[in-house]
Design a protein around this ligand. Structure first.
Ligand code: HEM
Length: 417
């Protein structure tokens, strides 16, 4: 059965930009119509774990060339604005293909080695304590996104990349803007408006790299510059700036949403939260289970480079695939009782929330470390944390990044003597 099957309920109801509660329909798709075509965005939708993993594994048939392609193609006016603004990033990681991807990825891998990340752990923990302390000083109620999860990952990332901390609000705004431009469906007027934010973001990054070349410091950006060693055959300066803009988007929006998804689900199930407070050694497992249960990068893309058949469905060369990581992660053939949170699952790390294969998330060691540290500190300092009842959650309309934009929480205040 495929997308064109008349009257098939799943493909007719599916709205790829509506991330409010995709799980029931995806569960139906996995059993009734695991691969279907969606005309609204011209993508084939893949839902089963086995199929998603097979696509990730075969990077020659299914390339990553379309992962940063705007869902709504750029208008002529927008293209002209980008050309006039000298907007010149090149594919380096997410949307690059071998052999160039292999060359660049080998270098960037070295930046995020778990050993190098551990060096940053004390600073990440100090930041977590400081932010939670400030939250507690302000009262006993907050929107935890605005107060903590929105910018905590950016402050961590800026620290490791050596980007000025005071630039966090501006870069966050530019990144939000970029996500809506590439992964949402802006109107022509919105597209123009958002493009106005793209050009200064690029020039900011280029300026940052130029300054670091002049005045090297002890951070990952300078590690990359040092690896280049002035040799364009190793890495060009434009490629370094392109890596930086990629990291300055991929390295915090993802983690912001994942932290918020985690808090939402743990606090929704008091027993799970209390378990983590009592046994913080379970937190690394809990982080994996959250990525499985509600991955912040809920879908990712691939481009079909030759005619293929997946599960009896013929897909032509030139087609685009939307890999439903959120559906694959709840495939009962891999994860029994997939709709239940269970931090003791034996095969937790088989989730696909961080991708698989040659493009597997290069920032995974940093993401895991900062989520672990923040949750360790939250369960320790705020064990009474709970959700404000009866709140409705809002999710930005886009195809790939899922996390509530606001999450109201309360906790017990410090008893007054
Ligand atoms: C919980 C947080 C995160 C999630 C859920 C996440 C998820 C993902 C996913 C699904 C991919 C695509 C993998 C594939 O195509 O096989 C990816 C790639 C990538 N991620 Fe992450 N990510 C997270 C955090 C980070 C962080 C902290 C950084 C940087 C510091 C980062 C940088 C990247 C980059 C550069 C790529 C492209 C790698 C390549 O194509 O070789 N991510 N991530």
């Amino acid at each position: 059965m495929n997308a064109q099957s008349v009257g098939c309920p799943v493909s007719h109801q599916f709205d790829p930009l509506d991330l409010r509660d995709p799980f029931p329909l995806l569960a139906q798709a996995r059993t009734e119509e695991p691969i279907f075509y969606n005309a609204a965005i011209d993508y084939w939708i893949i839902t089963r774990h086995e199929d998603v993993k097979a696509v990730f594994r075969d990077h020659e048939t299914f390339t990553a060339a379309n992962t940063i392609t705007p869902i709504e193609p750029f208008s002529a006016e927008v293209q002209q604005m980008l050309a006039a603004g000298n907007y010149t990033p090149v594919p380096v990681l997410s949307n690059n293909v071998p052999p160039d991807h292999t060359r660049i990825r080998k270098l960037v891998n070295k930046l995020f080695l778990p050993r190098r990340m551990r060096h940053f752990e004390p600073a990440i923990r100090a930041l977590a304590r400081e932010r939670i302390g400030a939250l507690m000083d302000e009262g006993n109620r907050a929107d935890i996104v605005a107060a903590l999860t929105y910018d905590f990952p950016a402050h961590v990332l800026f620290h490791v990349l050596g980007v000025p901390d005071e630039d966090v609000p501006q870069v966050k705004a530019w990144s939000d803007n970029r996500i809506e431009l590439y992964y949402g469906r802006p109107t022509p007027a919105e597209q123009i408006e958002r493009t106005k934010g793209l050009v200064p973001f690029w020039h900011y990054v280029v300026g940052l790299v130029e300054r670091k070349i002049e005045n090297p410091t002890d951070d990952l950006t300078c590690d990359l510059i040092r690896m280049r060693n002035g040799d364009d055959a190793i890495l060009t300066v434009n490629e370094i700036a392109s890596c930086m803009i990629t990291l300055l988007v991929a390295g915090h929006e993802t983690t912001t949403a994942q932290l918020t998804n985690g808090l939402l689900h743990w606090l929704s199930d008091r027993a799970q939260w209390e378990l983590l407070c009592e046994q913080p050694n379970l937190i690394p497992n809990a982080v994996e289970e959250m990525m499985r249960y509600d991955p912040s990068v809920c879908t990712w893309r691939r481009y079909v480079d030759k005619d293929v058949i997946i599960d009896d469905v013929e897909i032509p060369k030139g087609a685009n695939l939307l890999l439903m990581l959120n559906a694959a992660n709840r495939d009962a053939t891999i994860f029994p009782q997939p709709d239940q949170i269970d931090v003791t699952r034996k095969n937790l790390k088989e989730h696909l929330a961080l991708g698989y294969g040659i493009h597997y998330c290069v920032g995974a060691p940093l993401a895991r470390l900062e989520m672990k540290v923040l949750f360790e500190e939250m369960t320790r300092l705020l064990p009474s944390l709970r959700l404000l009842p009866e709140q409705s959650l809002n999710y930005t309309r886009n195809i790939s990044f899922r996390g509530p934009t606001q999450l109201d929480v309360v906790w017990d205040g410090i008893a007054q003597s």
